[in-house]
Design a protein around this ligand. Sequence first.
Ligand code: 4G3
Length: 226
Amino acid sequence: MIFDVMTLFPEMIESYCSFSIMKRASEAGVIKVNTINPRDFTLDKHKKVDDTPYGGGAGMVLMAQPYVDAYESIERSENSITVMLSPQGEPLNDNLVNELAGYEQIILMCGHYEGFDERIRDIIKPKEISIGDFVLTGGELPALCLIDAVSRKIEGTLGKIESADEDSFSNGLLEYPHYTKPREYRGLKVPEVLLNGNHKEIAEFRLQQSIERTKKKRPDLYAKYL
Ligand code: 4G3
């Protein structure tokens, strides 16, 4: 899986991707994260990437030319999709993450300030995706959320220990509670059933805990599960 990230701040992307599981997946060749900086495609000596909005108003708007030229410089594989991270996008969820994991290449467009000149959308026609109903100063964190979520669905990124088909949402339920050593902490004991080695009983206990939690914490998900 190749992620080509268009951003004015490539270090934000590179930094996150150089730790923990993202780093391991890159080193294993399971994912490749590239950055493309529209500032490198400006034509003026001040390397200007944004300007004031026509019609007035607060803030700055990303100019079309550096962004579109940067986009057109990216080598496209056969099975690729272009995604713009924006609060106006389709909400990201586990289903969409699975769908995205089926591509060979994902081109991600990060915006800043008040957003993109509309002609960037008109020309590139990206799929717009949002990570939730709130506004951030830039699209880099949403892009990283997407990269992380998609990467962990790809064979070879997670070990069997961290396996993705056992977590929340793969079965439409929240995760069951987890415990590790010691058996007792501040008077709180690990449920006895987890210590008895009866795998069928353990699986039943965990499923029942998952159902109870989902009902209590996320009645909306529970309604879909029923
Ligand atoms: C485009 C995405 C980009 C238009 C981006 C703001 C939140 C999300 C930006 C715009 C973002 C999200 C950059 N903030 N909810 N900020 O996924 O108005």
